[in-house]
Design a binder for this molecule. Sequence first.
Ligand code: 13P
Length: 255
Amino acid sequence: MRKKIVAANWKMNMTQAESARFVESLLVDLGDILDVEVVIIPPFTAIARVTESLGKAQNIKVGAQNMHWERNGAFTGEISSALLRDLFVRYVVLGHSERRSLFGETDEMVNLKVRAAHEAALRPIVCVGETLEQREKGKVEKVLSTQLRGSLADLGEKELLETVIAYEPVWAIGTGKVATAAQAQEAHAFIRGTLSKISDETTADKIRIQYGGSVKPDNARELMSQADIDGALVGGASLDPRSFAQIVKAAQKEE
Ligand code: 13P
């Protein structure tokens, strides 16, 4: 059984004070949740404050939105795995479509980062997904397969098991246009099939695949009840602690 993982990607939002207030409110709703893995992914500037605010609440983990593949050196403006470890970060989002389209990240760069993350015992959340144009041209499978094979090149079984994949169709990010549960499930099943070719079926069966793109409290349960959808990577709706908590609760098994 794959444990569901729901993550809040705050993107370029949330001051330290706002982050502390968010955590305070979230702990009221989710302070003792254990059956879903919860990850908060603040901007770099608020990571320490989120960790501090979480205090002893070890059921909620902290992530980062990006990192460089070198451990240290003359890379002005970049953050490395060693610097993230220093802040007790556990997860790192890599290859988000905004990084790929706005900052020119390629699969090769994502792969360098994924391997560097594993070397530092950080768990990567590797994002893949097609644009609307690619979907309309019937290229979804080709795009996903290329991104997965490129980003995950040369990983061993242990590293793959500690990698989370996030399927984020670019046309559904921040647009309010959510993929239907059937569309998302179809893509997730394809991703799992590709993972089994990259490794083997037993390994692929254990890898968690999140859905991301306009996830909201009212569509989260249907999406996460699909066979191959193991959680959500939430942008806009994760900025409000109540709506994020509702999405996490939608990942819990119904009583
Ligand atoms: P939205 O939930 O705002 O569509 O963002 C999704 C996303 O990009 C999460 O990484």
